[in-house]
Design a protein around this ligand. Structure first.
Ligand SMILES: Nc1nc2c(c(=O)[nH]1)N[C@H]1C(S)=C(S)[C@@H](COP(=O)(O)OP(=O)(O)OC[C@H]3O[C@@H](n4cnc5c(=O)[nH]c(N)nc54)[C@H](O)[C@@H]3O)O[C@H]1N2
Ligand SMILES: Nc1nc2c(c(=O)[nH]1)N[C@H]1C(S)=C(S)[C@@H](COP(=O)(O)OP(=O)(O)OC[C@H]3O[C@@H](n4cnc5c(=O)[nH]c(N)nc54)[C@H](O)[C@@H]3O)O[C@H]1N2
Ligand SMILES: [Mo]
Length: 790
């Protein structure tokens, strides 16, 4: 039999049996640099903290929906059989729709879920909720909250930009100087949404270096740019890059490196921006001296780098993290402006890019294709929130919020349905979320694992993982389509999201609308054959479904020439206008100016972040915390696997702190520290280093929220972060804007319980109370069973 494969967001792997005969995973031979996240001697290594059976919060079973919401996250669960679980969910959805309407069901369900085009949890859930009459949706992403709203006004959608950025092979041949704000974190390029193919970023950076490219990295941390050789690391105060770029722009402009006729040909609004840059509108010229005082980057360095940029073939890059911050629109806007002033866009190896390193697919030479897609149907409900405003919605239904030029109202969410995400990992200011999470009447979660979100739900339905089902794996610009095979039986009584939702739809009399009469195999065949039909012009040789299964991994063809971003636009801007109101890059946007927002005006500006090292708040909380993406997992996924655990100390995440800052606090490497501010506190394990800027600490995300008392135990940075929008334009998440203080932990360390199962109670004779159905209200008898731990 041919080798079976599977695909995760972090890569493609081959099934490889362990000597015990258990299934395991090894490297796929087509991957130049496989990610260790997915290598597994035994697939059962990924099964710690799995959910075995449908589980219902005890008070909900005893007293009905909505009971003791204050106990969410602290109460025992009763394991029930599937029939009861399905009945409970169906009757609760029916009740909420009858009493409050579909605009009271929050189905935004933000999250990465797992790879696989059919078993994509969010698509499954959204289709189901559309079939039952619609739901409150969400817009944008945590990744690019500010960028996704901003860039269409200035340049094009983020998808167009990411799909068109100059490819690595071109930079390997042509780029002389690569200047980046926030590095090129190859750790992040382990993933692509839908599944990375061959991992190319680390190798590409090394080849650029070997070909003589020089690298300058403005960054609060040093570790995010590894080129296998020298990099000039220039530490910068977090969240001040816009001021730095203004300083660089000032040098370009005042030392004769800009070409006004060229700028006006390709961009609109430079005339509005220039007086601000020169200080004519606010009396404050954005000189290198001015920028140095804000950023901590020496004035002479700013001048030198600006001159170097102008005299080399230069590529500018910015990490997405910079827009995940207070006024996060500004650094993206200013990068485009700087790139425009430098004038090298559209030339091989020059110009600018947004987010090299953020995903493996960025800068890929593979063609952009639309993959197989599970149809979600149409949502008849208009209510929505920008995704990072979930706590605001729960706390303030009916209140108004600004978003992308409009004013909208927070809907009244009575029921939350979440599948494929972990808000107790991803959201900011988790103590605020814990309070808001008590508001809705019912919370339903589908999960493979006992994540903190599952533990904070009322009804938890256990889901198979991608290695426990058949699927089609595809991610655009990764160059393959993959037959994902079932490599092990389902864990416990877990079922796929599709199977669960089909059963609930059946109970509600809507099965045919949800399944269209197809089972999983029928859907896989349909999605594949639609893809094959729709791509037949580009890919005439795609095998049929059975041959695809046999082949396992089918390569999709490459570009034969390197991609140069904005090349056509540079050659002939009239023939290739940009999709903006002026058809040009918008240094000043009339549209955004007309929105009349104080915190995002018509052109890029330096605004003081809500909190930063230059603010008065730094007297109380003098360290800026960067909470970057974790190297050893994707967000909170596989936090329980050996590779992630090996990066922790006694179950706690490492936090990097600079030598002087540690000395001043009597902290040594390996100490347990308490990281705190007025929003919360967590414990972490100190790592003292000189590879981080003064007054900056770094605590990666993804530790499962574990807060039995007032201190989070596992090192989840989101108990500390700030939960306000980037601006009235985007309302994006601002996780990177966060001041903290650190001290050596004086208390006795407790065992981290993040990966423990909740207290599970077996129901001997469960006759659940199903709201609105008095016939079924019966006394309950419980047989307590010891909470299993693994
Ligand atoms: N402080 C701080 N916070 C951040 C960020 C930051 O930089 N700093 N980054 C933000 C960003 S960019 C993002 S994208 C978010 C990510 O946040 P999330 O996307 O919510 O994080 P994940 O851990 O990937 O959550 C996916 C969940 O889906 C579950 N799952 C996997 N497969 C399936 C399936 O088939 N069915 C179901 N039902 N569930 C499944 C997994 O077990 C996991 O719990 O975090 C954000 N939060
Ligand atoms: N292994 C792994 N890879 C991932 C993910 C994961 O969870 N694990 N998540 C994926 C997702 S969803 C996303 S959205 C992307 C995110 O990609 P990014 O947003 O680029 O990721 P981060 O690691 O948060 O940040 C990148 C770098 O920006 C720096 N930085 C932060 N703030 C500032 C600042 O103010 N100024 C400057 N100059 N630098 C700053 C940080 O030090 C960090 O090294 O990564 C993806 N890749
Ligand atoms: Mo993201």
């Amino acid at each position: 039999m041919a080798t079976a494969h599977t695909l995760f967001h972090w890569g493609l792997y081959e099934a490889r049996p362990h000597e015990s005969g258990e299934p395991g995973l090894g490297r796929w031979r087509g991957d130049e640099d496989p990610s260790p996240i997915g290598l597994a001697d035994r697939l059962s290594d990924f099964d710690v903290a799995r959910i075995a059976r449908p589980s219902v919060r005890r008070s909900v079973l005893e007293q009905g929906p909505g009971a003791r919401r204050d106990l969410r996250g602290r109460e025992a669960f009763v394991e029930v059989d599937w029939e009861i679980a399905i009945k409970l969910v169906a009757s609760e959805l029916t009740r909420v729709i009858a009493e409050h309407g579909n605009a009271s069901i929050f189905g935004g369900s933000y999250g990465w879920a797992s790879a696989g085009r059919f078993h994509h949890a969010l698509s499954q859930l959204h289709r189901f909720l559309n079939v039952i009459g619609g739901y409150i949706r969400q817009t944008d992403s945590y990744s690019l909250g500010a960028g996704r709203v901003l860039m269409p006004h200035l340049l094009g959608t983020m998808d167009e930009i990411m799909g068109g950025m100059t490819s690595w092979d071109v930079m390997e041949r042509h780029t002389e100087l690569f200047v980046t704000f926030g590095g090129v974190p190859a750790k992040n390029a382990q993933v692509s949404p839908g599944g990375a193919g061959s991992h190319r970023v680390a190798g590409a950076l090394r080849r650029m270096k070997a070909n003589g490219a020089r690298f300058v990295n403005f960054s609060p941390v040093q570790s995010n740019l590894d080129v296998g050789g020298e990099v000039e690391w220039i530490p910068i105060r977090p969240n001040t890059d816009t001021a730095l770029m203004l300083g660089l722009a000032f040098v370009l402009q005042t030392e004769g490196f800009t070409d006004r006729a060229q700028i006006d040909r390709y961009a609109s609004g430079f005339g509005e921006f220039l007086p601000y840059l020169l200080g004519e509108t606010d009396g404050m010229p954005k000189t290198p001296e001015w920028a140095a005082a804000i950023t901590g980057v020496p004035e002479e360095t700013i001048r030198r780098v600006a001159r170097d940029m102008a005299s080399s073939r230069t590529m500018l890059n910015i990490a997405w993290a910079l827009q995940r911050a207070s006024h996060g629109e500004q650094p993206f806007w200013m990068l485009m402006t700087l790139g425009c002033m430098l004038g090298q866009f559209g030339l091989p190896g020059g110009g600018f890019g947004l987010g090299y390193g953020a995903m493996n697919g960025i800068g890929s030479p593979h063609v952009k294709l639309k993959g197989p897609t599970f149809p979600q149907g149409r949502n008849p409900i208009d209510a929505f929130i920008p995704c990072a405003r979930v706590t605001d919605m729960l706390l303030s239904p009916g209140e108004r919020f600004a978003y992308n030029g409009g004013v909208h109202t927070y809907p009244d969410a009575r029921l939350i349905y979440w599948a494929g995400g972990n808000p107790f990992h991803h959201h900011q200011d988790l103590n605020r979320l814990v309070a808001a999470w008590q508001r809705p009447e019912t919370i339903i979660v589908h999960e493979p694992y006992w994540t903190p979100t599952a533990k904070h739900a009322d009804i938890v339905l256990p889901v198979t993982t991608s290695v426990e089902r058949e699927d089609i794996g595809f991610s655009t610009r990764e160059g393959t389509i993959v037959a994902m095979r079932k490599l092990k039986p389902a864990y416990g009584e877990a079922r796929s999201d599709f199977d669960i939702l089909a059963a609930i739809a059946a109970r509600m009399g809507l099965e045919a609308a949800f399944t269209e009469g197809l089972d999983e195999d029928g859907w896989l065949r349909r999605l594949y054959s639609e893809f094959r039909r729709d791509s037949s012009a580009l890919l005439p040789d795609l095998p049929d479904f059975d041959a695809f299964l046999e082949a396992g991994v089918v390569p999709l063809p490459l570009h034969d020439e390197g991609v140069v971003y904005l090349q056509d636009y540079r050659r002939d801007p009239e023939a290739h206008p940009l999709p903006t109101p002026s058809g040009k890059m918008e240094i000043h946007s009339e549209r955004i100016a007309a929105f009349g927002l104080a915190d995002c005006q018509g052109h890029p500006r330096w605004y003081e972040p809500a909190e930063w090292l230059g603010s008065a708040r730094a007297n109380a909380y003098p360290l800026h915390m960067i909470s970057d993406q974790p190297e050893r997992r994707l967000h909170s996924q596989l936090d329980t696997a050996p590779w992630s655990k090996a990066g922790k100390v006694d179950g706690r995440e490492p936090i990097q702190i600079r030598t002087e800052d540690a000395l001043a606090r009597g902290i040594a490497s390996g100490d347990i520290v308490r990281v705190f501010n007025d929003r919360g506190a967590c414990l972490a394990s100190a790592v003292v280093t000189d590879a981080i800027a003064p007054h900056v600490v770094k605590l990666s995300t993804g530790a499962w929220f574990d807060q039995p008392g007032s201190i989070e135990q596992a090192g989840n940075p989101n108990v500390l972060t700030l939960d306000i929008g980037a601006s009235g334009l985007s309302q994006g998440c601002i996780a990177q804007t966060c001041l903290v203080e650190i001290e050596k932990y004086a208390g006795a360390p407790t065992r981290v319980t993040a990966h423990d199962l909740p207290h599970l109670v077996a129901a001997a004779t469960v006759r659940p109370i199903i709201h609105g159905d008095p016939k079924e209200m019966t006394e309950l008898a419980f047989t307590p069973s010891p909470g299993r731990t693994s």
